[in-house]
Design a protein around this ligand. Structure first.
Ligand code: DAH
Length: 339
């Protein structure tokens, strides 16, 4: 029986030393030392031995059991250490590796132009005024001398939210809001979003304008021309002249359209300016006395100029962006170029 026991211990030792996982080891533990284990079956066989043989075998059995338990604990330690080393290795950090760069964000070209415009005009003493994107017909049309039958008020051109409520089609609304609330003299610009039902390479349903309004005693058309020239040179460089051409706007008299020398060919004529050497930038004029009077401003004493420029257009010219839709698609490959 002793020989049999030795054989079992040998086999067990071999199996325990080869166990590579805690799970396998626990299986062996229960197989060899548990209640229904091989060693226990020897215990039951003790009864078949002679009285003299029993104590000695019992002792041998106990020693064998202790041996197996120790082997199992040793192997358990070994396995755990191996596992731990594996984890350490997998989680180790190579401190000599160069770091990963975080992608840097950048300002949208319109935001850049927006801020630059504010800076240029604030340096000349203009305040920045704001008005709501959702407007009423009074501020968007009526107060700006744009009567009920004017084509700009057509449903197909303007986004109405309700009978009298619409997305403003122009930042000129802020002229009215400022004249309603601001003490004279007034010297403001108002950059912001506008909305019209149009969509192609040079028009977007949502676009941006910057409005300017100066109302004071003795303001003249030459003041308007001068401020536009200063702005254009600050924005595009000293080579770029501006000019004003007669035009019509309901809320200015006289009215003008503002052009600048083509930023691509400097006036020679190219595909950008369609051969004319000039690019359109917006509208301007002397505030119509009717507009002033309706807001309670004495048009005998006060005169004013106003203009509205397309900010998207300015961004396109400044950064040589060929299609307006690029400004609103937010393609990361496009935007990355402005970082
Ligand atoms: N609001 C006009 C438009 O969107 C542009 C404009 C014209 C603004 C003349 C003005 C102005 O302030 O005086 O077409």
């Amino acid at each position: 029986m002793k020989e049999e026991l030795n054989k079992v211990v040998k086999v067990a030792e071999n199996e325990i030393n080869n166990a590579s996982s805690i799970y396998d080891l626990m299986q062996l533990k229960s197989r060899y030392t548990g209640k229904k284990s091989v060693l226990n079956s020897f215990m039951q066989k003790i009864g078949s031995l002679s009285k003299e043989e029993r104590p000695a075998f019992g002792q041998t059995l106990n020693i064998a059991k202790k041996q197996l338990v120790k082997m199992i604990t040793d192997q358990e330690k070994k396995i755990k250490e191996l596992d731990y080393n594996k984890i350490l290795k997998s989680e180790s950090i190579d401190l000599t590796m160069s770091g990963r760069k975080r992608a840097k964000g950048s300002l949208h070209p319109i935001t850049k132009v927006w801020r630059e415009i504010e800076d240029i005009f604030m340096a000349m003493g203009f305040e920045v005024a704001e008005g709501p994107d959702v407007e009423d017909e009074f501020h968007n049309f009526d107060a700006l001398n744009t009567p009920q039958n004017h084509p700009a008020r057509d449903l197909s051109d303007t986004f109405y939210l309700d009978n009298d409520v619409l997305l403003r089609t122009q930042t000129s609304t802020v002229q009215i809001r400022t004249m309603e609330n601001h003490p004279l003299p007034i010297k403001i610009i108002s950059p912001g979003s506008c909305y019209r039902n149009e969509n192609d390479a040079s028009h977007s349903p949502m676009f941006h304008q910057v409005e300017a309004l100066l109302v004071d005693e003795g303001v003249t058309f030459t003041d308007l021309r001068d401020i536009l020239n200063i702005f254009v040179k600050e924005m595009f460089g000293s080579k770029i002249e501006s000019r004003i051409r007669p035009h019509y706007f309901p809320f200015t008299e006289p009215s003008a359209e503002i052009d600048i020398v083509c930023v691509k060919c400097y006036g020679k004529g190219c595909n950008l300016c369609k051969g004319s050497g000039w690019l359109e930038m917006g509208g301007a004029g002397m505030v119509d006395p009717n507009v002033l009077e309706k807001l309670g401003i004495d048009s005998e004493k006060y005169t004013g100029y106003a203009f509205g420029l397309g900010m998207d257009r300015i961004a396109m010219l400044k950064y040589k962006i060929p299609d307006m839709r690029l400004l609103f698609e937010n393609d990361i490959r496009f935007l990355k170029q402005f970082s």
